[in-house]
Ligand binder design. Structure first.
Ligand code: FAD
Ligand code: MLT
Ligand code: ZN
Length: 485
């Protein structure tokens, strides 16, 4: 990154010519003189943990404009940070230094939608919720859903290979993304925006950009398969007396609900209490939560309401009437408002955590049977270092996507401090490696985990990643310092 140049007044004036609208350029450089505070939302990440020092934000409206900007930056060796909704949780979407921020927020057109195949082609800057709203009248849904849906962009989702709440049912974006349009680091436009379900014509280049976190190019267009909307959806929150019941419960639920199971999400008791404390969803009754060590949210999506409800009721009955019940109780949504409220208790944990304090977020893949152990060992570690108290670490919580083997281990602190950081790292990463897990299940590497990549990838893999980066981006202008050190 030290080989990169800072943007000058002459560069800013050039960008002003490339961009079709004057409002597409924000710069504190004298030639433009935007008030500095207008750049704050672009320089600061969602968690308030990472802060860039960019002087200039560019918001192109077309792929051609993106291409011209990137070509100029490559020739001038200026670093670029692509930015979507800036909801990423690993510090990937803000500069490490003073790189130019290229925001996709002005690229918001749906290019086409085929209501028969469900294939949607959209600009990368379309907000996920707006695409959900766009396909809804055609009885389709987006294949992914996440708490950040109101701000995150489809280009950002693809760039982080976001998992989220529907992965159990619809799989990862490596499957549902059919094509991409990408501006490569030399400004060339790679047009792989096909709408084909099947295309085995050699190397599948688009896969490289899914999860590349903006280090190989800028995604400007996405072709994605949207599934038909389920005719009926329902959900239930199950309160469990002990964590050990989660695994057998998952087996039972999968067997009994089979094709209608669409989510199986986990919240431990501390995460639930935090969600309630910060007004995410409606609290369950005291009776329902009494003695619960953790909770599981089960969602069904299917073709016929009566059929699905019967299956869900039968499941609940058999769970409650078992000789040694796996659950204390279950609260089933009775109407759409309750359906949303139950989801909010799970989806709202992220928001609740950020209201409670500063979060150290570990988004790990580990065997499901070790979820609790990972949370408990981390809490013990902090206790043994004398850090578990209101003035330092307020809580250690676990929640996540059980069906995908993905635990969100969050440490909530009063402030980010070197002492807490040192107590947690490499401790957590070594714990993950001891289970042959992944240090990033779905949020990516960003700036947060470049030093930890080796816990999940061997030397050969990292060497090949570096070769791929060098082929696409020999000057290292694209999101410098992210993913690879
Ligand atoms: P940004 O944050 O702007 O960027 C993320 C990364 O992608 C950066 O490295 C950036 O440089 C790059 N990038 C962005 N746009 C482009 C582009 N067009 N071309 C190339 N590179 C680009 N993640 C999950 O996986 N599952 C969840 O359930 C989930 N829930 C979340 C809930 C909340 C409340 C929040 C705040 C975040 C959540 N996330 C989740 C994190 C998740 O990664 C992001 O929300 C989302 O995928 C990022 O999209 P974005 O548009 O905000 O991208
Ligand atoms: C989630 O599953 O809620 C998201 O990945 C966000 C988070 O980890 O907080
Ligand atoms: Zn998640």
């Amino acid at each position: 990154a030290s080989r990169l140049n800072s943007i000058t007044d002459a560069d800013a004036l050039h960008f002003a010519k490339v961009l079709s609208s004057p409002t597409s350029l924000l710069s504190i450089l004298p030639s433009i003189s935007t008030p500095p505070e207008e750049l704050d939302i672009y320089n600061n990440d969602w968690m308030g943990k990472y802060r860039g020092k960019s002087t200039t934000v560019l918001k192109p409206k077309t792929t051609q404009e993106v291409s011209e900007i990137v070509k100029w930056c490559n020739d001038r060796r200026i670093g670029i940070v692509p930015q979507g909704g800036n909801t990423g949780l690993v510090g990937g979407s803000v500069p490490l230094r003073d790189e130019v921020i290229l925001s996709l927020s002005n690229m918001t057109q749906v290019r086409s939608f085929d209501p028969v195949s469900g294939i949607l082609v959209a600009d990368a800057g379309c907000i996920l919720q707006s695409l959900t709203d766009y396909v809804a009248p055609h009885n389709h849904i987006m294949p992914l859903d996440l708490g950040a849906k109101g701000s995150c962009q489809i280009g950002g989702n693809v760039s982080t290979n976001a998992g989220g709440l529907r992965l159990l049912r619809y799989g990862s974006l490596h499957g549902s993304v059919l094509g991409l349009e990408v501006v490569l680091p030399d400004g060339t436009i790679l047009d792989q925006l096909t709408t084909l379900r099947k295309d085995n014509t050699g190397y599948d280049l688009k896969q490289l950009f899914i999860g590349a976190e903006g280090t190989l190019g800028i995604i400007t267009g996405v072709s994605i398969l949207t599934p038909p909307a389920p005719q009926a959806s329902n959900n239930v929150i199950l309160a469990l007396p002990r964590f050990e019941n989660v695994l057998p419960l998952y087996k039972t639920v999968k067997r009994q609900l089979s094709e209608i199971l669409s989510a199986f999400e986990f919240i431990d008791r501390t995460a639930y209490d935090l969600a309630v404390k910060h007004g995410q969803g409606r609290a369950l009754s005291e009776e329902d939560v009494e003695g619960a060590e953790c909770f599981v949210l089960v969602e069904t999506s299917g073709g016929r309401r009566e059929h699905d409800e019967e299956k869900l009721n039968n499941l609940l009955e058999s769970l409650l009437e078992a000789d040694e019940p796996l659950i204390n109780t279950g609260v089933m949504a009775q109407n759409p408002a309750q359906f949303s409220s139950l989801w909010a208790l799970r989806e709202g944990v992220t928001e609740a955590v950020s209201k409670e304090g500063k979060a150290y977020k570990y988004d790990i893949s580990v065997p499901l049977s070790t979820f609790k152990e990972c949370v408990d060992l981390t809490r013990e570690r902090l206790r043994s270092k004398g850090l578990l108290n209101e003035a330092q670490v307020k809580a250690v919580i676990g929640y996540g996507h059980v069906g995908d083997g993905n635990l969100h281990l969050n440490v909530i602190a009063k402030a980010y401090t070197p002492e807490i950081q040192d107590a947690l790292e490499p401790f957590v990463y070594e714990l993950v490696a001891s289970h042959r897990g992944s240090v990033s299940a779905e949020h990516g590497i960003g700036a947060m985990k470049t030093h930890a990549l080796h816990y999940s990838k061997d030397e050969t893999s990292i060497a090949w990643m570096k070769k791929i980066k060098a082929i696409f981006d020999p000057n290292g202008i694209m999101n410098p310092g992210k993913v690879l050190e």
